[in-house]
Design a protein around this ligand. Sequence first.
Ligand code: SF4
Ligand code: SF4
Length: 511
Amino acid sequence: MAKLYTFPGGLKLEGHKAISTNQPISKANIPDRLFVPLNQNIGSPAECIVEKGQRVLKGQMIGRVTDYVAVPVHAPSSGTVIDIQKFPAAHASGLPSDVIIIEPDGKDEWLERKPLPDITELDPSELRNMIRCAGIVGLGGAAFPTFIKLNPVGHQIKTLILNGAECEPYISCDDMLMRERPHEIIDGAKIMRHALNAASVIIAVEDNKPEAIASLQTLVNDLDWMEVQSIPAIYPTGGERQLVKVLTGKDVPSQGLPLDLDLVVSNVATAAAVHHALDHQQPLISRIITVTGSGVSSPRNIEALIGTPMSDLIEMAGGYTEDADRLIMGGPMMGITLKTDATPVVKASNCLLVQTPADHATEAICRPCIRCGECVKVCPVKLLPQQLYWFSQAKNLDGLQTHHLFDCIECGCCSVVCPSHIPLVQYFRYGKSESWKKEQETIKSDRARERTEARTKRLERIKAEKKAQHAARAKKTATASNDRQKEIQAAVARTKAKKAESSSGIDSLNT
Ligand code: SF4
Ligand code: SF4
């Protein structure tokens, strides 16, 4: 067994995972309406390329990319586009986003798919392009375009780390995928390794998932470049930086990436999506989502089409319990609260957690900070949460910057241990959004100043050019006038000479 390391802080949390892993993954029916958001990845949203009334086939591209950090979106089933409009989005901002609404025809008719050649014969850049065209993003919740991760410009990748830690309480979709469909992950890992030209692959799984570890292990026994690594279940060991630290003992630099250590980290479900895209020509149109919590009657994992309303999944999971009062997309530590269950499943939806008042009873009793320092002890990135809290309250954005707010992974450990029940992460999210806003305003005003300076310079240049043209014209006119004068003078001189010549002739005749 390889040597493992520890990261600072972290917490042993109650998993609450067994409630959703006691039955196999269920498959959701095609819903009456599919609500496919155009913005499902970090970066730029896709641009709609279909019209109201148009028939679309399953897997057909309906939103194309207009930027580098972007992936397309595809129709999850065949049917008719009945509208393109703003709709509640599964996003921290809660703002509505552009959504293509499809009325499925029930035929689930695929767009024609052509078989691909052996992936080992394909160039890594071709593989990356296919992965991009399939709309694949990180399925661990980050939704970062996978083709960019697989393009390690200037780096020789030593190891591709597949993250199967799934350390946040309640979430079990990766666990169930590893248990039931390990071959999808292994096949995807082979493709990703080829795209990266990586020497080895490690699949890291927390030791509280013995079934998943056993299931993967049987498939990697014969592969000398791939291993399954059991790691201690300590939250947030599934964070990219924490996982790298546990496996290698190395620290990803502040504001840096695992790539700086010649490593790439990707989620196990992303590897399975790569397998579907390259081995079966299926773009990312569905995912497994955990529907769980004390507010739902029969928690489970469901494979659902992207665009399926969350309300359909709640129904499949036995409906709400009487006291259900809060919906969270993601886990209790890092998830975002949803305003409505009409919100559709998106590529980043790994969990729908339904809570009851008992789950968030401490929120109502937030008290002042007593400077106990408990939050500092558990921070996995060695920040000073208490200090960041003061800076956030005071809107001291410079203080937040100098205390490395942007290294905060929003794990929530500090909030959990705070005896004053201060919702610290909410303050940090607010601090980040204010800092981004300020940065955007600075960029905007810098651009406006640059535009004004460029305009002034352009006007000055035009003025100088006009002046030069004017001077050149004046000089030309003066020269022309001089030449004309000379010509006149020469003509006068010639006339005078002629006259003098003819009068001397007459004189000689008269003598
Ligand atoms: S844990 Fe809470 S009360 Fe203690 S120092 Fe941190 S913010 Fe203050
Ligand atoms: S939320 Fe941020 S500040 Fe709090 S423990 Fe996690 S990383 Fe540290």
